[in-house]
Structures are given as C-alpha cells and as structure tokens.
Design a protein around this ligand. Structure first.
Ligand code: PEP
Length: 256
C-alpha cells in the first residue's frame, strides 16, 4: 500500500488546558479554520470535562473530538478514572493511550498501556497509542530496541482484526513540549521501524495500512517537511493545537 492510500490524521492533544467555555471557543475556531480540509482527519483530544462542550461546538464539522486516556476496567471502584463505555456514550471516537506524560508522571507501564488499548478497542474506539524513547535511550543508541519493544508489548494480544483501529504516534520523549523536534530523517527512520515491527507481528498488509504519526514539537513551521516523509502519516500535536491558527496551518500542510 502506498502512503497516499493511508489515512492521514492530524490530532491535537490539549493536555490539561481549557475550561469548557474556552474549549467550545477554541474547538469552534479550529473547525472554522479547517473547514473543507478533507485531505486528513482532524481530531482534538480534550480534557474529559471539555468533551461535551467541544462536541457541541464542532457538531456538523469535520473536527472529531477525542479523549486523552481511558481506564481498562469497564466500571467499579477506580476513583478519578473514566471507562471506555462512558466515552463512547459521549460520542468519542478517538482516545490517546500511553502518552509519555502518563508514563512519566502517573506510573503508566507498557502493561497498563496494553490493557487500556484493549479496553478502548473492545468498546469500538480508535486508539492513538503513544510510544517513544527518552533522551538517555537515544544517546545510548538503543532507540530501535526500545521502540520495537514498546510496540510489541503495547500491542500484545491484540488480534489483527482490531489493528485497523490502532494509530501509533511515535513521540520521542525528548521532543515533547521542549521545542526540540526530531529531524524529518529521525522521524522517518523510527516510524519505518515501527511499521516493520508491526509487519513482523501482523504481516505486511496490516502494517502498510497503519497510520503512524509523529509527535514532538510539531508546528506550522516544520510540519510540511515531517509529513512529507513516506512513513509519517500525520501528527500528534500538543502546544500548537491550543492555537487554532497554528493548528490549522499544520492541517494545511497535511493536505498534499
Ligand atoms: C504531545 O503532547 O503529544 C506533544 C507532541 O506535545 P508538543 O507538540 O507540545 O511537543
């Protein structure tokens, strides 16, 4: 399968930003500025409490509203957590799982990332599965081993027929929120490695069809070059997704 036939997804990760009022305004502006840009899927992953407001503000537009995490149990005594069915009933189609901030600050491991991914897929959602090496791992020359291992552990036990609903976001941790971006060549090299790892697990056809995003200080200035790479099928964007004008320019860059 050629890159052109894969689905390009530009997803914003608002992290812990925006009250519901601000979310409605920002989502509406994003929808206005990206109207008719049908060359990619446009997703905004917003805080849980913003989902309803952002959903209402983007009704009838091409912007989809996603969540930033999901718990792996269906219900029960897990104070502060949100179950997959709750998100589905709110109309959420996409959910981020395994973001490095969850791994770094909230004790997420490949085991819990795998469980959360399975729960979201079983509920019918699409998962943006984040993985990537930390700076010390890149400096030690073990990026390939780390990323291949994360890919295998995070996808463990997920049947091939559910993989069409998995998007992998390669996010080198040293590039997230730091202003340091991987070079297009570095992004391409690791996204290609992820695809090759998926091919070993599920076969070439499944791997070739998978959307693999790059994330890490992607902005309106560097998006076009990153997105031009053969194995980079979109972006997961933090900081720049908070500013509709900047985010819309990244969406523009994905139209080619
Ligand atoms: C992210 O939150 O996934 C991210 C890539 O953030 P930023 O674009 O700010 O580096």
């Amino acid at each position: 399968m050629k890159k052109e036939s894969r689905k390009v997804i530009i997803a914003g990760n608002w992290k812990m930003n925006m009250t519901p009022k601000a979310a409605a305004e920002t989502a509406a502006k994003t929808a206005e500025l990206t109207a008719g840009k049908n060359g990619c899927e446009v997703v905004l992953c917003v805080p849980f409490v913003d989902i309803a407001a952002a959903m209402e503000a983007t009704k009838g537009t091409n912007v989809k509203i996603g969540a930033q995490n999901v718990h792996f149990e269906k219900k029960g005594a897990f104070t502060g957590e949100i179950a997959a069915d709750m998100l589905v009933e709110c109309g959420v189609e996409y959910v981020i799982v395994g973001h490095s901030e969850r791994r770094q600050y909230f004790g997420e491991t490949d085991t819990t990332v795998n469980l959360r991914t399975k729960a979201a897929l079983d509920a019918g959602m699409k998962v943006i599965l984040c993985l990537g090496e930390v700076l010390a791992e890149r400096q030690a020359g073990i990026t390939e081993e780390i990323v291949a291992m994360q890919t295998k552990l995070d996808l463990a036990g997920i049947p091939a027929d559910q993989i069409a609903n998995v998007i992998i976001a390669y996010e080198p941790v040293w590039a997230i929120g730091t202003g340091l971006t991987a070079t297009p060549e570095q992004a391409e090299e690791v996204c290609a490695l992820i695809r090759a790892t998926v091919a070993k697990l599920y076969g070439d056809a499944v791997a070739e069809a998978m959307t693999i995003q790059y994330g890490g200080s992607m902005n309106d200035g560097n998006a076009a070059e990153l997105l031009s790479k053969v194995n980079v099928d979109g972006g997961l964007i933090g900081g720049a997704s908070l500013v509709p004008e900047k985010f819309a320019k990244i969406v523009d860059a994905a139209q080619a």
